[in-house]
Design a protein around this ligand. Structure first.
Ligand code: ZN
Ligand code: ZN
Length: 213
């Protein structure tokens, strides 16, 4: 297995940032193509995970990895390492990718944005083959957390803002303190019940933590 020559632990944040700079300047990192599935967020921009991982590994160890060295990317060693280094990984076509791209557009020149808009076709790309990560969560954890919440948001301590039409129960969302995507467990002690406002705020904070200037 090619994994023998991998030394993911040698890769530090600075190697990843340098790899992103290289990629931005060169526009590519042969023989890697644009990301088919995943991007890593570095300084408000999106870079293909495999190309960046390979270049970062080369920066750290002198050994570059070929595309064939990357097996099932998701949950693989590189996604894990980038997460450990606090980089955000977003899936192509996901809300996360859109959020990053929107911020980038807002930070950039409006003149250029209007130029792009003038020639934008207005059609959306429909991605049929998106591999979406879904976690099959334990309904008992959700139910017990909702029960324990007594209808109050853990963060703002206020009552749920409305009741669900379906069953007239207080509308709260069960949030994982350590995200499941980052190794968090689907257990009661890793959950809190939040009102939709606080839930959105906490995820906004999480995204901010993952961003690099
Ligand atoms: Zn709240
Ligand atoms: Zn959440």
């Amino acid at each position: 297995m090619p994994s023998k020559k991998w030394n993911a632990a040698a890769v530090k944040r600075s190697h990843v940032v340098a790899a992103a700079k290289f990629y931005r300047n060169e526009g590519t990192y042969a023989p890697f193509h644009d990301a088919r599935s995943y991007y890593v967020v570095v300084g408000h921009a999106l870079y293909p995970v495999k190309a960046i991982s390979s270049k970062a590994h080369e920066n750290a160890t002198g050994i570059s990895l070929k595309p064939s060295d990357f097996g099932g990317a998701k949950n693989g060693v590189w996604h894990q390492r980038l997460h450990e280094l606090n980089f955000q990984i977003v899936e192509k076509g996901s809300k996360g990718e859109l959020d990053v791209a929107v911020r980038r557009s807002l930070k950039g020149s409006r003149e250029k944005r209007l130029k792009r808009l003038a020639t934008a076709a207005g059609r959306v790309v429909k991605m049929v083959d998106v591999r979406v990560t879904r976690f099959v969560r334990n309904p008992d954890v959700v139910a017990e957390r909702l029960y324990l919440s007594k209808g109050k948001c853990w963060r703002c301590k206020k009552d749920a803002p409305f009741r669900r039409l379906r069953d007239n129960e207080p509308y709260l969302e069960v949030h994982h303190v350590r995200p499941l995507s980052n190794g968090g467990t689907d257990t009661l002690d890793n959950t809190v019940a939040l009102c939709p406002n606080c839930h959105a705020l906490i995820h906004d904070e999480l995204r901010l933590e993952l961003e690099v200037e």
